[in-house]
Write a new protein. Structure first.
Length: 344
């Protein structure tokens, strides 16, 4: 199969993408977070293609993307007031809500769960495509399962050339990490995955938020978890990733003491000169955390090379979007963190 990359700036291409979706084909779509691998979310056969092409475990449900907030009423039921409040505050935007599913949402889309994840992305191109297709679009991050997510059309091409007919190019993704996921089906709202909408922002609207344990710790692959995707090894290049925390000076001292040829350092732009002899790659500025979230996956993909023996990574501290960057890097490192303040 030939894979075409077409610009999302053209009305014809938007219509073509919508036609592919209604015909049961896969289309890779831009969003403000990461590129998604989209299919008609109400068509089990189309949804099956997503799992096949991505190599995604069948027990990992998909997010349904809608063009406008009110469309959540077409796929969800018993919608709590908090969902309307969050939609008013953050949609379109990088927030996914888990809500009770209507029967019309195929079991394969939601991996057999009674709930469904919905999101209205802040991307005009993709919202127009969904509107023209007239169906909610199921779309996981477009990477091959287990690989770092795709934040450019080229990343999608690198993973799926020859396997999907169409990639719509909307440029590099602005946020760069996947959406925040909040589960509204239990007694208390629960954060299942941090992202561009921060815990602090959610708390402002909800007044209450439980942080799921899958956010902060490694989950056993046989464990029963709220967001099945969170237990799989994720976001990881092929080589071992180790986070080195602590002050700039202590981290540099630790890395210089342990660095060997063939290893790499993933650091902040401000630190590049410190690691000149250690093959450094910067993923953004520590002083501007949005550049770190926007650059993280492109950097992890660049480091996804079997000849690299180890990656020492520097991770931002603090809340807000830094919390999401920490989460993705910790998962890439399988929670292997060295505190350079105590280890020499
Ligand atoms: O930003 C994003 O959310 C991107 C773009 C394309 O929109 N999509 C994305 O999808 O990250 P994916 O499939 O890579 O991650 C979806 C996560 C998985 O961890 C999955 O287990 C969880 O959402 N999920 C989906 N449906 C769920 C449900 N009903 N209950 C709990 N977790 C769910
Ligand atoms: Mg994903």
């Amino acid at each position: 199969m030939q894979t075409r990359i077409l610009s999302g700036d053209s009305e014809i291409n938007i219509l073509l993408a919508a036609l592919h979706l209604t015909a049961g084909e896969l289309v890779a779509l831009p969003t403000e977070t990461v590129y998604g691998l989209g299919a008609n979310g109400l068509d089990p056969e189309a949804v099956a293609k997503i799992f096949e092409v991505k190599g995604r475990p069948q027990d990992n449900p998909l997010i349904l993307h809608i063009a406008d907030p009110e469309q959540m009423e077409l796929v969800c039921e018993n919608i709590p007031k908090s969902a309307y409040q969050l939609a008013a505050a953050f949609w379109p935007g990088p927030l996914t809500m888990v809500l009770p599913a209507q029967d019309r949402v195929p079991l394969s889309t939601r991996a057999g769960l009674p709930t469904v994840a919905v999101r209205c992305p802040d991307c005009d191109i993709t919202r127009q495509i969904i509107r023209h297709a007239g169906v909610p679009v199921a779309a996981p991050s477009a990477n091959i399962s287990g690989k770092p997510s795709t934040t450019t059309a080229q990343h999608v091409y690198d993973d799926h050339a020859g396997k999907i007919p169409l990639i719509i190019d909307g440029g590099p993704c602005r946020v760069g990490v996947e959406s925040t996921i909040v589960d509204l089906t239990a007694d208390r709202p629960r954060l299942l995955r941090p992202g561009g909408i921060t815990p602090e922002q959610l708390e402002t609207v909800l007044g209450d938020l439980v942080i799921d344990k899958a956010v902060t710790a490694q989950i056993d692959k046989d464990a029963v978890v709220k967001a099945p995707g969170m237990k799989y090894k994720h976001y990881a290049p092929q080589s071992e990733v180790v986070i080195v925390s602590g002050s700039r000076e202590k981290a540099a001292a630790y890395i210089h003491a342990h660095y060997a040829k063939g290893e790499r350092v993933l650091c902040f732009e401000e630190e590049l000169t410190l690691y000149q002899d250690c093959d450094p790659l910067a993923y953004g500025k520590e002083a501007d955390v949005a550049t770190l979230s926007a650059g993280l996956f492109a950097a992890l993909r660049e480091l996804d090379d079997p000849s690299i023996t180890k990656i020492y990574a520097r991770c931002p501290v603090g809340g807000g979007v830094a919390y999401a960057v920490q989460n993705r890097l910790k998962k890439a490192a399988a929670f292997h963190i060295i505190d350079a303040e105590v280890e020499a």
